[in-house]
Design a protein around this ligand. Structure first.
Ligand code: PNW
Length: 453
């Protein structure tokens, strides 16, 4: 078996709105996801995060289960409207839940890694335009500073934003995530303000003299051209610009990609939201890059995506319950590219990787061989990347628990732990046991179903 380095960090990941529930408790007000989920037709069968996995009340049991699986790090996110239920007003009870969670994690020897923003913008901020409004940047900074003040000494790893691509482009452009707008000018402004708020939060963290690590998590969708025709190659380059380069280039090179600026200006209009000094703020040095990887795209010129003038094609490999192609080789190429073109020797972490499958619970067991196979194949390329000298320092599975999968509600199960939403009982799937073995071995080995029974 090929081993990972001794200090390779093994973790699981979740996000506040997807698991916590307790939507109206201890002073929490609503977020854009509460509002979006309540808007008819937006989320599968009208599902909401009101109860979710009830993690808000069951966190001791959940942390205990992490411990049993041998998990070393837990990536969770903090709910902004618990901390700031109103503009400028801190709710001390909001801190209490996270303080208890952190204490529990520490008692079990699990390292907390906190995401500051995983999409649950307070409704009060959206009422003023949300991420399209530059003032939201200041509100985010105030929120981040409050967290650093409160938990700066307890939480050694901070992630400013989770997937600003989703927050900006799915939320304000494609309209499939909260707040559900379909306006590309708004989406571009939102992308810029998200990045700017990241830079300011990193500066604030440094100014406070804190000793932990701070970075950002981006989602990447490596893109292959459907054919070698110049049109399709250009279309794939546009999709790559939109899905990948739009965020990683300003962060590491201090500029937006010129081809995409030209394209967007042609399609959408000028960039009047960009102010002097913003790009330098965005490119402030960070301690690591978080990489979320699920799948690749195969693109060609077309009309399916109006802004980019791109069509999508099946890659041809097996797909998960999301319809996402299983393509581990693209993860390897992505990691190599990030190191070669953007981050150099900066530590990389896989902050999310995993798969949804239509699991079924029989006699308390879930035989999710497809998920094991997915995780195994992706960990193998991680191992290969490390073996060739890549600076990948850890891997978090998405997700610890089945949870509220955004617009898909509870219909998609990403967990390595099955959640019975009627009883809130947790059942570790075969993949959880496989992951526990992997952590124990500090290396990937193929485990067949018979090994569990
Ligand atoms: C990520 N896409 O979302 C999020 O960080 C998680 O909260 C989520 O549950 C997980 O991946 C699974 O979806 C994404 O359309 C949502 O490319 C959509 C896309 C990518 C990531």
């Amino acid at each position: 078996m090929k081993k990972f380095p001794n200090d390779f960090l093994w973790g699981v990941a979740t996000a506040s709105y997807q698991i916590e529930g307790a939507a109206h408790e201890d002073g929490r007000t609503s977020s854009i996801w509460d509002d979006f989920a309540r808007t008819p037709g937006r989320v599968y069968e009208g599902h909401t995060g009101d109860v979710a996995c009830d993690h808000y009340h069951r966190y001791p049991e959940d942390v205990q289960l992490m411990k049993e699986l041998g998990v070393q790090a837990y990536r969770f996110s903090i709910s902004w409207p618990r901390i700031f239920p109103e503009k400028g007003v801190i709710n001390p009870e909001g801190f209490t839940f996270y303080r208890r969670l952190i204490t529990e994690l520490k008692e079990q020897g699990i390292q907390p890694a906190a995401t500051i923003y995983h999409w649950d913008l307070p409704s009060w901020a959206q009422a003023e335009g949300g991420w399209t409004n530059r003032e939201t940047v200041g509100h985010f900074l105030q929120y981040a500073q409050a967290l650093f003040q409160e938990f700066g000494d307890e939480i050694p790893v901070w992630i400013t934003h989770n997937e600003p691509w989703c927050a900006a482009f799915l939320g304000y452009g494609e309209g499939v995530h909260a707040p559900g707008h379909r306006n590309w000018r708004e989406a571009l402004a939102a992308s810029h303000h998200l990045l700017l708020s990241h830079g300011l939060a990193v500066q604030a963290y440094r100014d406070m003299g804190l000793q932990g690590q701070i970075g950002i998590t981006l989602n990447f969708t490596p893109t292959d051209a459907a054919t070698s025709s110049p049109e399709d190659v250009a279309a794939a380059a546009r999709w790559d610009g939109y899905a990948n380069r739009w965020f990683v280039e300003p962060l590491f090179k201090g500029v937006y990609p010129a081809d995409m600026v030209a394209w967007f200006e042609g399609q959408v209009g000028s960039f009047d939201f960009l102010q002097p000094g913003d790009l330098a703020t965005i490119a402030v040095p960070i301690d690591f890059l978080g990489v979320n990887y699920y799948s690749r795209n195969v693109s060609k010129q077309g009309t399916e995506h109006e802004l980019l003038q791109v069509d999508f094609q099946e890659g041809g490999g097996p797909v998960t319950d999301m319809g996402w192609e299983v393509h581990p080789q693209s993860l390897l190429q992505l990691l190599r590219r990030l190191e070669a073109e953007y981050v150099g020797r900066l530590p990389l972490y896989i902050t999310e990787n995993g798969a949804a499958y239509p699991d079924s619970l029989t006699d308390g067991a879930v035989h999710d061989e497809d998920r094991i196979s997915y995780l195994q194949q992706h960990l193998e390329v991680c191992q290969q990347f490390v073996a060739e000298g890549g600076n990948l320092q850890g891997y978090y599975v998405w997700s610890f628990l089945d949870n509220f999968e955004w617009a898909f509600g509870y219909s998609k199960r990403f967990g390595i732990v099955y959640v019975d939403y009627e009883t809130q009982e947790r059942f570790p799937k075969d993949s959880a046991r496989w992951f526990a073995e992997t952590i124990g071995n500090n290396g990937v080995k193929v485990i067949k179903r018979e090994d569990f029974t």
